[in-house]
Design a protein. Sequence first.
Length: 321
Amino acid sequence: MFLNTNFPKAKKYWYQGKFHDWSEAGFHPMMHALHYGTCVFEGIRAYPTAKGPAVFRLPEHNDRFFLSAGVIKMAVPYTKEQVSEAICETVRANGLNSCYIRPLYFYSYGNLGMVPKACPVELAISAWEWAAYLGENAASGVRAFILPTRRIHHTQFNMAAKLGGTYVQSTIAGLEAREQGFDEAIFLNMEGRIAEGPGQNVFIVKDGTLVTNGRTESALEGITRTSLLELGQHLGYKTVVGRITKEDLFGADEAFYSGTAVEVIPIVSVTDGSDPAGARVAHTIGSGKPGPVAQRMIKAFADAVSGRLPQFEKWLTYVGK
Ligand code: PMP
């Protein structure tokens, strides 16, 4: 029996073609993914619109899901169409209007050698209401901490994939930042420049230009990030995909995190903890409050996901029925 205390309104999850009561599960301790993180996942959101709940950028998430599965050489048992349909069904079956959706392909029970030769690949899809990822106060700006640990380098690993095991680095980073009294972490890359948050991209704003980085800076090129670049241009901002140094971040007019879970959250202060032996200096970003560009981007993103911007309705998949 699994209580759903931290998964509000979740009623059922989809597993291998069938719905199961949220509180009932019977997974075996010898499942491969449990030991080695041999799973791939997506983080997707659905939002309320005038035409009922709609999944934001479902085809793009689905493409990334299958790309991730390919990276870990999974022989996947479902097609993209079947996964899209199962995602929409899961939102409907839970009666959710606004939710976070988590599809998960994993190497299941079979053998426990590193090579999962006898382990079938299975699919589970869950959906629940997940409100403010960094807490209710995050909208007024968060305090970020630059960790000493560098982000896994893009030459070591396909940064476009979301593989369960590599998220151990993100979990440790998130715990570390909170242990040190901050809201969230920022990783530097091996070159000493800004990479990304544990589950977010980083944007800075300088003189009215939106700047973010990409894969070769050891960041996942997030779907929210790509959407914000397009929305930013729509609002008339210049956008740049390039490198962000620590000094660029400290001297930025504004900064924010972006990601499916976090959405768009202003960063109002950054403390450099990258040198464990060095002095820790807290840098206030801009005025120390959410800036005007971040606020416009937050509004534009909220309008786009809820179908209030006709030219971006192309990003919505209505759940229907
Ligand atoms: N970086 C990492 C490491 C992430 O896990 C995520 C969340 N998927 C992001 C960035 C943001 O990506 P997206 O906007 O696609 O959610």
